[in-house]
Write a protein that binds this ligand. Structure first.
Ligand code: FAD
Ligand code: NAD
Length: 474
């Protein structure tokens, strides 16, 4: 057995690599084991986020947005282009290059921080020993005072629509089509369905999204969801709510999807089918016998508010534990645990984690919705402001959407901020800072916002909480 480590991290995705780097920064002798192998079989750090998640999806969202603007909205600016064409292979190649830049960047950061990197599957044994099985089957065992489980999540597969990665694909498959499918079916109108559905719709695919639930974007603010649904429909995303899919059959080059809605049984035929019905924590084969780490009711490692599993020196962070399956939630958990191990005051404020959906318009929120506040009997007041009245948004020709601020009816403390519109993935940061510092709507209203910027929508929405927005009737 090699020397003992202070920290071994199992999983080199965003939660794991943040934990490893922070631990190493704090002077802890650290190793990270990662099992990721792309479809080409090559090992790469960065997990879902860098390889087949956040970064590649945003690369394609950006490419497809450029193409869509060229073919649809540039003419409003007096710009015309003939023979606009999309080279899907070049677009996907650019995405691959970005992925490589970031995954090899993590490897360099490991080297720079003197983190020992192992490629293979890690399994936690007794006394915080970890067995590593490499791709060729060879095994070795290392040990540490602390082990952080950061094994992430995998897509949920539907029993009647098994991934063949040609016709019926998961997120990874939908990021590497070699041509624009004529008809793309999507099961699930969640974050992946909307983002990847948008990518291929903007490039010309007919996109039909089948969502089992009757409400669109059930966890978002109702006003925000309404605007988003209207704008997505205008873009040609055909979102069918209350659609219960029962079958997906590959027939030659097509997939026939059967679903039932209020009108009875329906069928659609598509060229590709993306299944995006959520992800499940990955915990398989990570624990040897008698370790004592519990698995919760949803198959995740059971942890307390400090990501401790209840077993001495064993922690778990990121998608494999309770809470939002978001990269930045995992980053913060990984760093907080490393700090706790080093005797510092690591902490994550789960109440202010921002959510962003990178569609057009973008959707972003932090804190509570009106529905949640009503259910908890918390008195509140709201103020909202439309981007149609924001000079910068009009100049950009991107006027759909609004910002809504929700504050406590008596204390004025900001309880939630909900946005749909241009650039809201960036604007939400201001709301998060204000909430993190226990700010009030009055605080936001008194902060000077540059003119003309999109951030004026946040300012005016905060003013509107007390009915004193300037550029709209209150
Ligand atoms: P993962 O990224 O899943 O990494 C876990 C790692 O552990 C993997 O490398 C895996 O191979 C490894 N592993 C598993 N078991 C073992 C083992 N036994 N031994 C060694 N290694 C092991 N989130 C956002 O915040 N913003 C976004 O814009 C966003 N976009 C997304 C787009 C898509 C298409 C998808 C699928 C997800 C997106 N997410 C986004 C979610 C984000 O990717 C995840 O929340 C994040 O990757 C979770 O990080 P993690 O480190 O917990 O797990
Ligand atoms: P999701 O939970 O966001 O959405 C899944 C959707 O599928 C839900 O609306 C659900 O009601 C629906 N559904 C479930 N079963 C169904 C069925 N049988 N038929 C029809 N609809 C069904 O999950 P996702 O889109 O797969 O994404 C997984 C997770 O990845 C997200 O929850 C999020 O945590 C993360 N993610 C984040 C981002 C981002 O931050 N921008 C982007 C992509 C993914």
């Amino acid at each position: 057995m090699s020397d003992k480590y202070d920290v071994i991290v199992i999983g080199g995705g965003p939660a794991g690599y943040h934990a490893a780097i922070r631990a190493a920064q704090l002077g802890l002798k650290t190793a990270c084991i990662d099992a990721w192998a792309g479809r080409d079989g090559k090992a790469a750090l960065g997990g879902t986020c860098l390889n087949v998640g956040c970064i590649p999806s945003k690369a394609l969202l950006d490419s497809s947005k450029q193409f869509h603007n060229l073919t649809h909205s540039f003419k409003d600016h007096g710009i015309s282009a003939t023979n606009a064409a999309i080279d899907v292979k070049a677009m996907v190649g650019r995405k691959e290059k970005i992925v490589r830049q970031f995954t090899s960047g993590v490897a360099l950061l490991f080297k720079g921080n003197k983190i020992t990197s192992y490629f293979g599957s890690g399994k936690l044994l007794k006394d915080r020993q970890v067995e590593i099985t490499s791709a060729d089957g060879t095994k070795q065992t290392i040990a540490a005072t602390n082990v952080i489980l950061a094994s992430g999540s995998v897509p949920i597969e539907l029993p009647f629509a098994k991934f063949d990665n040609k016709r019926i694909v998961d997120n990874a498959g939908a990021l590497e089509f070699d041509a624009v499918p004529k008809r793309l079916g999507v099961i699930g109108a969640g974050v992946i369905g909307l983002e990847l559905g948008s990518v291929w719709r903007r490039l010309g695919a007919e996109v039909t999204i089948l969502e089992a639930l009757p409400d669109f974007l059930g966890t978002a603010d109702r006003d925000v969801a309404k605007v988003a649904a209207r704008e997505f429909a205008k873009q040609g995303l055909d979102i069918k709510l209350g659609a219960k899919v029962s079958k997906a059959e590959i027939k030659g080059d097509t997939v026939e999807v059967t679903y039932a809605d209020a009108k009875g049984e329906q069928k659609i035929v598509v060229d590709k089918l993306l299944v995006a019905v959520g992800r499940r924590a990955y915990t398989k084969d990570l624990l040897g016998d008698g370790i004592g780490v519990k698995i919760d009711e949803r198959g995740r490692f059971d942890v307390d508010e400090h990501c401790w599993t209840g077993v001495e020196g064993v922690w778990a962070v990121g998608d494999c534990v309770r809470g939002a399956m978001l990269a930045h939630k995992g980053f913060e958990e990984g760093m907080a645990v490393a700090e706790l191990i080093a005797g510092k005051a690591g902490h994550v404020n789960y109440d202010t984690i921002p959510w962003v959906i990178y569609t057009e318009p973008e959707v972003a929120w932090a804190g509570k919705t009106e529905e949640e506040l009503k259910a908890s009997n918390i008195p509140y007041k709201t103020g909202s402001f439309p981007f149609a009245a924001v000079g910068r948004a009009v100049a950009m020709n991107e006027t759909a959407g609004q910002v809504k601020v929700i504050a406590h009816a008596e204390t004025d403390r900001i309880l939630g901020v909900h946005m749909v519109g241009p650039g809201v993935s960036e604007l939400i940061a201001e709301a998060v800072v204000a909430m993190e510092f226990h700010g009030s709507a009055e605080d936001l209203a008194r902060i000077v916002h540059a003119h003309p910027t999109l951030s004026e929508a946040v300012h005016e929405a905060a003013l509107s909480v007390d009915k004193r927005a300037i550029h709209k009737a209150n």
